[in-house]
Design a protein around this ligand. Structure first.
Ligand SMILES: Cc1cc2nc3c(=O)[nH]c(=O)nc-3n(C[C@H](O)[C@H](O)[C@H](O)COP(=O)(O)OP(=O)(O)OC[C@H]3O[C@@H](n4cnc5c(N)ncnc54)[C@H](O)[C@@H]3O)c2cc1C
Ligand SMILES: NC(=O)c1ccc[n+]([C@@H]2O[C@H](COP(=O)([O-])OP(=O)(O)OC[C@H]3O[C@@H](n4cnc5c(N)ncnc54)[C@H](OP(=O)(O)O)[C@@H]3O)[C@@H](O)[C@H]2O)c1
Length: 379
């Protein structure tokens, strides 16, 4: 077995979060079908021959902008619409979909007397109340509690949270589609205080039309590389966690890697949420995807998740690991990756004939640290 090799990275890229590449959107399509509760997008961005380059496993950094309608509503309520420079600064450099504490405190102090202001002052005097207040409000929600607030436009941008880039796991192989980068984006949408809201970057990407420009840079992965061509790999990627594995599979097909590939995918419903389902069925038919296990959580009364499929196929999964397979996990860090880890331990103990302590030692030392066969890209 040979260790995963970091593919040769190009010389330092001239593009980074401070100097992004202005790329063009080529495609923005829905991945979920009718009946889905989710909005996941396949976004194709053109890097051409002058943009940043990447390898499978890297992420794309995106510098988001606030939607025009939200900026218009916010500045309109403050009586500041019509100032083009201020509008651009608020759009590109600040965050409006969350109420920053600095802005709330200023509103509590500076707005004219009203029951709303009294309430804001009471909230600002108690850090726990302030945490709860800002958790589900945006900047426009705050203005509803501070009627008549007037703000000096020169200081307004500094009162709002500063924008930060968001990362998206790259879902394409640069060799399969040169000059393009593909993303799999779950659009964050929710309604609080009577107003629909969306995630800053996922909403920005969802709103982009073909030919619009998007500032991007590549964030190289330090560890999430493909294994050597002859190594087998197991990939666990529910939801948007599928992104890097689509890239890995494209790459292995393009270069005819002989290693075997087992993909475990999960999402809510088979009929509407099997992201790239057609591509994976095709890869199975053509022999590039050797095993596909799916877990559709809402197709039956009991939840079925990827880790339940792992357990059902525990004996085979252990055989793959024992024979040198790499184990990759991508997607939700808070719940999924933890549950997958616990399940992996259970499988190693049961099918590898180890005590819980030996399983822990094998997973964390031999498998992860020494052989570097347990690789995670979780967020
Ligand atoms: C290495 C890496 C790779 C990633 N890859 C991908 C990927 O391939 N695809 C992908 O989709 N994402 C990926 N992400 C996540 C991505 O970077 C963003 O975090 C995600 O898109 C959300 O960002 P946003 O700007 O849209 O949302 P934000 O504006 O940051 O909003 C998210 C916040 O909204 C608030 N919120 C959400 N729901 C509610 C609610 N119901 N009520 C009240 N408040 C709520 C919460 O405060 C939440 O933290 C990755 C992250 C990392 C670090
Ligand atoms: N850290 C983060 O901020 C973060 C990380 C990942 C996703 N999200 C948010 O979640 C939304 C959708 O993300 P996504 O499309 O990537 O999919 P996801 O929400 O992670 O869901 C994918 C599948 O995983 C299932 N699942 C839920 N809990 C699980 C667990 N403990 N173990 C294994 N599987 C589990 C889900 O089932 P059920 O839904 O039926 O329970 C669903 O079938 C987005 O709005 C995204 O922003 C946020």
């Amino acid at each position: 077995m040979s260790a995963p090799t970091a593919p040769a990275q190009p010389a330092t890229s001239p593009f980074n979060r401070n100097h992004p590449f202005s790329a063009q959107v080529r495609e923005n399509r829905f991945l979920n079908k009718k009946g889905s509760e989710k909005d996941t997008r396949h976004v194709v961005i053109e890097l051409g021959s002058t943009g940043p380059t990447y390898v499978c496993g890297d992420s794309l950094g995106v510098l988001p902008r606030n939607p025009d309608r939200l900026v218009g509503e916010f500045l309109g309520k403050l009586g500041l619409s019509g100032d083009a420079q201020l509008t651009e600064t608020i759009t590109a450099a600040t965050v409006l979909n969350r109420a920053g504490k600095k802005f709330v405190k200023m509103a509590a102090e500076k707005s004219p007397a009203s029951p709303g202001r009294d309430r804001l002052q009471e909230i600002c005097a108690d850090e726990a109340k302030l945490d709860a207040y800002v958790a589900d409000r945006d900047a426009v929600d705050v203005l509803a509690d501070a009627p008549g607030l007037q703000v000096d436009p020169a200081v307004l941008p500094s009162l709002l949270p500063k924008v930060a880039p968001r990362l998206y796991s790259i879902a394409s192989s640069p060799d399969h589609r040169p000059g393009e980068v593909h993303l799999t984006v779950a659009v964050v949408k929710y309604t609080t205080h009577g107003r629909p809201k969306q995630g800053l970057a996922s909403g920005y990407l969802a709103d982009l039309k073909p030919t619009s420009t998007v500032p991007v840079f590549v964030q190289p992965t330090r560890h999430f590389h493909l294994p050597s061509p002859d190594s087998d790999m197991i990939m666990v990627g529910p939801g948007t966690g599928i992104a890097p594995f689509r890239a890995f599979l494209q790459h292995r097909k393009h270069h005819a890697h002989p290693g075997k590939n087992w993909l475990l995918f999960g999402d809510q419903r088979a009929s509407s949420d099997f992201l790239y389902g057609d591509e994976f069925s095709e890869a199975q038919k053509s022999g590039h995807l050797h095993k596909l296990s799916t877990a559709f959580s809402r197709d039956q009364a009991e939840k079925i998740y990827v880790q339940h499929r792992m357990l059902q196929e525990g004996a085979e999964l252990w055989r793959w690991l024992d024979r040198g397979a790499y184990f990759y996990v991508c997607g939700d860090a808070k719940r999924m990756a933890k549950d997958v880890h616990t399940t992996l331990l259970q499988i190693i103990a049961t099918h590898g004939g180890k005590t819980p302590e030996q399983a822990e030692e094998w997973l964390s030392v031999t498998f992860s640290k020494t052989e570097k066969r347990y690789l995670k890209d979780v967020y």
